[in-house]
Design a binder for this molecule. Structure first.
Ligand code: CTP
Length: 472
């Protein structure tokens, strides 16, 4: 893996914006109703303070995302940067501006009060147009910068994300366990995600998109080549998000399962619906792309289930914190060694300096982890021996993680404790054990470290297996 091209110096060079946008756009794109109750067009919102995510919100049936952010953060919104998946309406904007936010960025498609219907049927209502005017007035009289959230991706970003997604452990695990699979399941999953995200984030008719842009004060983007560039940049981002999402695919009986024999009815240990677990793991995968480790990117995100259902469109789920592996905050590129285990001199290896994804998520969390709440961490890699006691000590109840490294003892980093960890439920990416029991019956060695081992090809065969990438 080679992350440096895109991620190092992220706060220090011109790559900054590309990476920042790449990360925050998909983050808000996939903040969604984690309770899956209603079928209305949702809007997502990421709240960032001092470069740290302090809130991930989603509109509910009664409230817009901006209103929810106001309820949750109040005057703490002062100096925050807000990333909206749709242009905020005047109801949200007036409160946000009043709270003293610093910058409001929005995805240039459908505004929060939909103009889509109006564009197809001008006889409906004038409300959306009136609202758009009010938004413009609030914007011009506010100290907050209100801007379109879109930039071209850095060169090779799409290719890089494709490569890293096909190599991701979950995809490899499926490929390994299903050697006879003759259809390219990864490409199929990716196409499904592209379709889903396009319907959510793009306006299919160019004409309708132009009309909406004009109504929301972006007429300067309606002329070519600006309009075609805008649509191409939007499509690229949707494509990148779909590609990352496809690495945690909806595929056969694979999902996050706890294969330990102890079954419990305690809520703390009950698993999340697969769709929600997958959704949170995709968020962790996005964080992974911000790593400062040249070789291995890891992302982690912590959510908690509040006792009472909150006003947020994310259901009872509330965001606690997130992180990725990186050198100590504020350090410069050459301050610490970047070498791995293969470097003979132990003094110049990265391991004693790099902060793990889970450690950053815990350190920079924006909320306490409460003992009476079901809290859960999603990590793209197996928690190592440094992190397992931290996660348990912090009172996190559930871990959703990759387990490919479980049980491995490397020179400077070991993954021995995860298998033995008790008191925290572990959900790893594997075949549903109900389905896998049949396999195990035939192959009693199919279990390792309390984790279901997938049926494997030998590594040689696996390496040569081609997961061909579809082209969009
Ligand atoms: N749960 C984990 C596991 C690892 N890491 C990070 O992952 C990197 C180490 O990954 P690992 O695969 O153990 O070592 P590498 O040297 O990258 O790879 P290998 O030795 O397998 O070639 C480090 O940056 C470490 O901080 C992490 O953040 N969270």
């Amino acid at each position: 893996m080679h992350f440096i091209v895109y991620t190092n110096y992220k706060f220090k060079t011109s790559v900054v914006d590309g990476v920042e946008i790449f990360f925050t756009v998909p983050m808000f794109m996939i903040v969604k109703d984690l309770s899956y109750t209603v079928e209305v067009k949702k809007s997502g919102l990421v709240v960032v303070k001092n470069m740290k995510i302090v809130g991930l919100h989603c509109s509910s049936t009664d409230l817009h995302a901006g209103q929810i952010a106001l309820i949750k953060h109040g005057s703490r919104l002062k100096n925050c940067d807000l990333y909206f998946s749709r242009k905020p309406c005047s109801t949200c904007l007036k409160m946000i501006v009043n709270a003293g936010v610093n910058r409001i960025s929005y995805w240039p498609a459908d505004p929060e009060i939909s103009l889509q219907n109006e564009a197809s049927n001008p006889m409906t209502t004038d409300d959306a147009k009136l609202d758009a005017k009010a938004v413009e007035r609030l914007k011009s009289n506010s100290r907050a910068r209100v801007c379109v959230l879109l930039q071209p991706l850095v060169c090779y970003m799409v290719q890089f994300v494709e490569e890293t997604s096909t190599k991701f452990d979950f995809i490899q695990k499926i490929a390994k366990s299903q050697p006879d699979l003759n259809t390219d399941f990864y490409t199929v999953c990716r196409q499904e995600r592209i379709k889903e995200y396009e319907s959510l984030f793009l306006i299919s008719s160019e004409e309708m998109h132009k009309q909406i842009l004009m109504t929301i004060g972006l007429e300067n983007l309606c002329e070519n080549p600006y309009f075609s560039n805008l649509r191409q940049n939007m499509k690229d981002l949707v494509l990148v998000l779909a590609t990352v999402a496809a690495s945690v695919p909806v595929f056969g009986c694979f999902g996050f399962y706890n294969s330990e024999s102890r079954r419990t009815n305690e809520t703390d240990h009950q698993d999340l619906p697969q769709e929600i677990a997958r959704h949170c793991m995709i968020q962790a995968r996005l964080l992974e792309y911000r790593t400062e480790d040249h070789k291995t990117g890891v992302g982690a995100i912590i959510w908690a289930e509040e006792k009472s259902r909150s006003c947020d469109g994310t259901g009872a789920m509330c965001f606690v914190g997130c992180g990725y592996n990186a050198f100590p905050a504020g350090s410069e590129y050459a301050d610490f060694p970047h070498m791995d285990d293969k470097q003979k001199d132990r003094e110049i290896r990265k391991f004693r300096y790099i902060i793990h994804a889970e450690q950053n998520a815990l350190t920079f969390r924006c909320r306490e982890i409460k003992p009476d709440e079901r809290s859960m961490i999603f990590v793209t890699k197996c928690p190592c021996d440094e992190c397992v006691p931290l996660i348990k000590g912090a009172g996190i109840k559930q871990i959703y993680a990759g387990d490919v490294d479980a049980g491995k003892k490397k020179a400077d980093i070991s993954y021995m404790k995860f298998g033995e960890l008790e008191g925290v439920s572990k959900f790893t990416w594997q075949l549903n054990p109900l389905h896998a029991n049949a396999l195990e019956f035939r192959d009693p060695t199919a279990r390792e470290n309390g984790v279901q081992k997938t049926k494997s090809l030998d590594d040689q065969q696996h390496q040569s297996k081609k997961l061909c990438l579809g082209h969009y």
